[in-house]
Design a protein. Structure first.
Length: 249
């Protein structure tokens, strides 16, 4: 049985793509068969996964082509497309388009990780409809709190309409600098907000570090490029939390 995870946050700059790639890398290292799906028109996940000239992208898949994932540096991937925002998802049942086209290959993988656009678009709704779980990368800042509330409202709406079994895997604080008083104070605020919304907060926080940007620039996964970096250790800990939660099911 495949575990399908959306990495979602309509706020940009919260390490959403980095998180998707790092989670896939860590799961791949543990022997899990992983499929990445790049739903973001910026195609950053496709780039850092090492794909330059894909023969097929998610746009063609959504338009009816049989999905043909290709190997990448952390498993398999269905590449992004800069025109994905213009995809014609049809009319009736358009929220189920992604589930309908990828569902037949889902059980070929232990984990499918969906990198969603930085917006609450129809593509994000498709991802949430297809997923078992959504993980929300977020920074410990005041603007992120507003975005979390909006996304939580969307998740609740999806549960009521297209995916009653969707779980909130948790808030994952990223790009964290424990050296600043403000970050520490906002982390406490984030913990309170998560409790009020009934959302799990990961015990792990992902510390800020140059290794993340360097690995992306070299198009390598974090665990290969800098396995002893703070970020690699933190993502490894976050993956342990995910696997522990999945094992309880």
């Amino acid at each position: 049985m495949s575990h399908i995870i959306s990495i979602a946050n309509q706020k940009g700059g919260v390490a959403k793509t980095t998180t998707a790639h790092a989670l896939a890398a860590g799961l791949h290292e543990q022997g899990k068969k992983v499929l990445l799906v790049d739903l973001d028109a910026q195609c950053n996940l496709t780039y850092i996964a090492g794909i330059t000239k894909p023969k097929q992208t998610i746009l063609e898949v959504l338009q009816g082509a049989e999905p043909t994932p290709v190997p990448c540096n952390v498993g398999d991937i269905i590449a992004g497309n800069s025109f994905i925002g213009n995809a014609d998802l049809g009319t009736a049942g358009k929220e189920f388009r992604l589930k309908n086209v990828l569902g037949p290959i889902a059980n070929n993988y232990d984990y499918i990780i969906l990198d969603t656009p930085p917006s609450l678009s129809m593509l994000t709704l498709n991802a949430l409809t297809f997923s078992d779980k959504v993980i929300i990368p977020t920074q410990a800042d005041i603007f992120s709190l507003q975005g979390i509330q909006q996304l939580n409202n969307t998740i609740q709406a999806v549960r009521q309409t297209t995916n009653k079994d969707l779980e909130t895997g948790g808030l994952l604080i990223t790009r964290y600098s424990g050296n600043t008083i403000l970050s520490k104070d906002l982390k406490i605020v984030m913990e309170k907000a998560a409790k009020e919304l009934g959302i799990k907060l990961f015990n792990t926080v992902i510390r800020e570090g140059i290794a993340v940007k360097e690995a992306a620039a070299k198009r390598e996964d974090l665990f290969t490029y800098a396995p002893k970096s703070n970020a690699a250790q933190d993502y490894s800990s976050a993956i342990h939390e995910i696997l522990k939660g999945d094992a309880r099911k």
